[in-house]
Ligand binder design. Sequence first.
Ligand code: RIB
Ligand code: CA
Length: 324
Amino acid sequence: MRKKLILDVDTGTDDAVAIMLAGLHSDLDLIAVTVVNGNVPVENCTDNTLRTLDWIGRSDIPVYQGLSHPIVREDFPTPRATKRDPKVHMAVLPLPAATSSKKELSAPIFLTQTFAQQPGEITLVAVGPLSNIAAAIAIDPKFPENCAELIIMGGAVNKSNITPSAEFNIWADPEAAAQVFRAPFRKITLVPLDATHQALVSKDQCEMLRGLGSPASIASADIIEHRIKGYEETQPTGTPLSAPVHDAVCIAALVDREIIETKYVNVVIETLGEYTIGRTVVDHEKRTKREPNCHVAFGAKREAFVAMLSETFAPTAPSQAKAS
Ligand code: RIB
Ligand code: CA
C-alpha cells in the first residue's frame, strides 16, 4: 500500500528535490502540494513548485497556495529576509516555465478539508515555515488529530543556520511553530539541521545523478550543485564540495524510517528571546518535567539517502523516461 502524503513547501532548491522524490517514489502517493512564504515570496514558491511538478511529468498533482506572511510577526520577509542567503535558493528555478496552474482554494482550507475527509490516513510533511499548518489548526481544532503524522524539516539543536540559535523554517514564523508543537498531533517527527547535515550530497554524487539522464536526475544534479556553490561561498559545511538537501531527507525518512535516528523528547519554541527567537528548545537531557511531544532526528544515513535519490530518479525507475 503506497503511503499517502501532502507536502507543504517554500520552494526553494531543496524543496524541489523533495517534491521530485515524493512525486516519483513508488512507495508514495503524493496527494497534493501546499505552498507557503519562506525562501522566496509565496508567488515564486508556487511558480517553482508548478515548474518542478511539470518537469517530472506530475502535473496531475494539485498545488494550493497559502500564507504570504507569518501568522503574527510583521518583520518578515522584509528586515529579517536580508539575512537569507540568495546564493542557496533562487527566485526562479532553472526549469521551463510552468504550464499548469495552482488551484483557487487556499492551502489552509484545502488542508483542513482533505484531512477531515481522510482522518488518520495521510502524513503531512512540512518543509517550510509552519504558517499554513498553524492556520489550519486555527480553522479546524480537529486538524492535528486528523493527520496520521506530521514530519517537519526544521529546528536547531547544536547546528543552526539563520541565527546562532535557530534554523530558518522555525525562525521565519516562530509563533506558528509554537502553536504546532502545542497542538495534539498523533505523532510529530522533527528533522533538524543536526540530522540533515549528516546526509550531505557531494559534487561527485551530482555528476552520478546527472549521468542517469532522466528529467529528475538532471534537475536534481543542477539544483544541488547550485546549493554546493552557495554553501561553499557562504556557509561551508566542513565537507568540501557538498551540501545538505534538508527537505528531501524528510521524504526519504517517510519511505524508510531507518534513514534517521530519533529520540522522543520535549520540544518547545522560543518566541520572545532577544537573541534566541525561533530556537527549538529540545530537552534531550531531561532538564525539565515537560512531557515528550516529538521524535527528533539526531542522525541520518547519508549513503542510504543518496542511494534512494539515484534509485528513484533513475530512468529505469517506473516513473522516469530518458530526458529527450
Ligand atoms: O533551514 C533549512 C530550511 O529552510 C529548508 O526547508 C529550506 O528549504 C528552507 O526552507
Ligand atoms: Ca524548504
